[in-house]
Ligand binder design. Structure first.
Ligand SMILES: Nc1ncnc2c1ncn2[C@@H]1O[C@H](COP(=O)(O)OP(=O)(O)OP(=O)(O)O)[C@@H](O)[C@H]1O
Length: 323
């Protein structure tokens, strides 16, 4: 099953390359202060016109990675290369307007991400005016109407306020706003998780179609493995701030090697195996995950091993072996 009729083969050139990205947060009060390693030397690549899913349970670091690429968080080390440019070096303090146009984010919460005081026209034309091409800027309202059509809404939505729209419609407006900037890369952070199950598939199909039609690259952040398999060419699994396994979605999720990916998949309900939840087996899998990763305060060094070159399938294994 696929969101699009034919998956685009990514070109060799990268839309985004993340190398050794690390980010630590300090949390807690005066007496309980501690550090959380949200990202621990993460590498990630997205080809032009490629959709890559970043999956993992809550707290694994997915959003932090997307927010670092959007320059909403500052990593303490690593590189973010967009279009061949090492942006943390060339735009050290804050991202340029050009960068903010090239890399657009679609947030999880369609209710919080649109300013309630502005009509939809303002939301979309603002993005066109700030980042759109000179041609689009000549008539921003006409361009906004076109963008609404593209995301499956008509021009009558221009005059409405966000509170008049459903969650799914708001998320479509957020996507139209992102497209208004004519981005090369969209960072979609759990774009369907706050929506009714019935409208989620429509948003996934929309993202797949936009990639096919415009060649935009998409980082799709989700905890939902089924949607990653449905939408993404490749999937990267994160756990405790580390990328632990990656590859073409069908190959990786069909035959996972890392015990954490296996554990995640075993938690997905399978209608063909009803009643198959096995707590003893899951506890064993948890122990295996810990054996691979080492304790949280002293994680084991890992090396990336290629599992299958054709499907770009790799796994992060303990550098000193598994014995
Ligand atoms: N602004 C912040 N301040 C302090 N800690 C943070 C902040 N943002 C994230 N963290 C912590 O960093 C870790 C990774 O969080 P992150 O939100 O990236 O994970 P996630 O995989 O996206 O999870 P979720 O799906 O719940 O958003 C978590 O332990 C989280 O509590």
């Amino acid at each position: 099953m696929s969101a699009t009729t034919e998956k685009t083969t990514p070109t060799a050139e990268s839309a985004l390359r993340v190398e050794g990205l690390s980010k630590t947060f300090t949390v807690g009060g005066m007496l309980s202060r501690r550090k959380v390693r949200a990202l621990d030397s993460v590498d990630l690549d997205i080809g032009t016109g490629e959709i890559v899913a970043l999956v993992g349970e809550s707290g694994s670091g997915k959003s932090t990675l997307a927010r670092c690429v959007a320059r909403l968080e500052a990593p303490e080390s690593g590189r973010i290369v967009v279009d061949g440019e090492d942006v943390l070096r060339t735009e050290r303090r804050r991202a340029s307007r050009a960068y903010r146009g090239r890399v657009q984010m679609v947030f999880q919460d369609p209710f919080g991400s649109l300013n309630p005081v502005h009509r939809i026209e303002y939301v979309v034309t603002r993005s066109v005016e700030l980042h759109g091409s000179p041609e689009a800027r000549r008539d921003p309202r006409a361009r906004a109407a076109e963008l609404l059509e593209t995301v499956g809404l008509d021009a009558s939505y221009l005059d409405r306020f966000p509170h008049e729209l459903s969650g799914g419609q708001r998320q479509r407006v957020s996507i139209a706003r992102a497209l208004g900037a004519e981005p090369q890369l969209i960072l979609a952070d759990e774009p369907t998780s706050m929506l009714d199950v019935s409208v989620r598939i429509g948003i996934l199909n929309l993202l797949g179609r936009l990639r096919d039609e415009t060649g935009v690259s998409i980082l799709y952040v989700t905890h939902d493995l089924a949607s990653a398999r449905y939408l993404a060419d490749r999937t990267v699994v994160m756990y405790r701030g580390r990328a632990v396994e990656g590859g073409e979605s069908l190959a990786l999720l069909g035959d996972p090697v890392h015990p954490y990916t296996q554990l995640l998949l075993s938690a997905v309900p399978d209608p063909e195996r009803s009643g198959s939840y096995d707590p003893v087996r899951r506890a064993e899998m948890r122990r295996e995950v810990e054996r691979w990763l080492g304790p949280e305060h002293a994680p084991r060094a890992v090396v990336r091993r290629t599992v299958d070159a054709t499907s770009q399938h790799w796994v992060a294994e303990p550098a000193d072996g598994l014995a």
